[in-house]
Design a protein around this ligand. Structure first.
Ligand code: MF3
Ligand code: CO
Length: 289
């Protein structure tokens, strides 16, 4: 359906198309004509949707802040799951992982050689020297948010600590690439370039994703991508940056028993930080950190 200039804009702002998204759409069309992948309107969040996503993100950040305060050596990953439930339900939201495609818990807890999708358990106890990723995803009033942080337990091997810090740096470098009329491939490329320079490897098979109206939307966000490739970044596009960086090989395998947990092939540690961002007119807005 082609909108006329005086029609109401597709974004629901109530403004005339010509005074709202018409110029942006014309610009996107130029890229599309050149063969570049461009986002559909559906992926571009309206102001109302962004307001909902920000509310969800507030809960997500509050959960991670509470985990930061209470995480300690000797607790179980089930205890972390309990904190996530307490804070999330306490703020009238729902943990998005619970029952998501059969996932049995409210949060992913991934220790050392676990790359992602670790399942909390009362039998899994945090010990001195562990590094752990706590990956929190929230749905509030139908809007989704997703972010994760790393935590160091006690006295961590300096090389592992550096991996954790460098993985956060990689996310910061990726974030700097998030701007309108940039390319998603550049976001992944800086991560891979930086990680390689430090002697690490980046997981290829798992990446970030569009997020907001659904838990996992397009685009898929790889972190071993090439510059100048992938989807065009357009204001309103909302996605996660969540590279998984390994101290050793990039190769991974999936747990055959639970069907979820991903491990490094060589048992060496893996680190991950996740933020959710939206592209704005003049750069980006970080929704969760
Ligand atoms: N937070 C994870 C992600 O970034 C969610 C994995 S699905 C789950 O995509 F069911 F394991 F939570
Ligand atoms: Co995610």
């Amino acid at each position: 359906m082609k909108l006329e200039p005086n029609d109401p804009c597709w974004c629901g702002s109530g403004r005339k198309y010509k005074k709202c998204h018409m110029q942006q759409d014309e610009k996107v069309q130029i890229y599309k004509d050149k063969g570049i992948i461009v986002p559909s309107h559906k992926l571009l969040k309206t102001p109302e949707q962004l307001a909902g996503i920000r509310e969800s993100a507030k809960v997500n950040v509050a959960v991670l802040d509470e985990v930061s305060k209470r995480i300690h050596e000797g607790m179980s990953t089930e205890d972390i799951n309990d904190i996530v439930n307490e804070v999330t339900y306490g703020m009238d939201a729902i943990p998005a992982p619970l029952n998501y495609e059969g996932f049995p818990k409210s949060v992913c807890t991934s220790i050392n050689n676990v790359v992602c999708h670790g399942i909390p358990s009362k039998d899994e106890i945090l010990v001195d020297g562990d590094i752990i990723n706590v990956d929190v995803s929230t749905v509030k009033n139908g809007y989704y948010s997703d972010s994760s942080r790393m935590f160091l337990i006690g006295d961590v091997d300096p090389a592992w600590k550096k991996l954790v810090e460098d993985t956060k740096k990689a996310v910061e470098l990726a974030l700097a690439e998030v701007k309108p009329w940039g390319m998603l491939g550049d976001v992944g490329a800086v991560v891979n370039e930086f990680a390689k320079k430090q002697g690490y490897s980046v997981v290829r098979e798992i990446g970030g994703h569009g997020c907001g109206v659904e838990f996992h939307e397009d685009p898929w966000v790889g972190f071993t991508t090439r510059r100048g490739t992938g989807m065009l970044l357009v204001p309103g596009l909302t996605f996660t940056i969540e590279p998984m960086i390994n101290l050793g090989t990039a190769d991974i395998y999936q747990d055959e028993d639970n069907g979820w947990t991903i491990y490094t092939d060589d048992d060496q540690p893996s680190a991950q930080w996740e933020i959710q961002v939206t592209v704005t007119e003049d750069g980006h807005e970080v929704l969760t950190w």
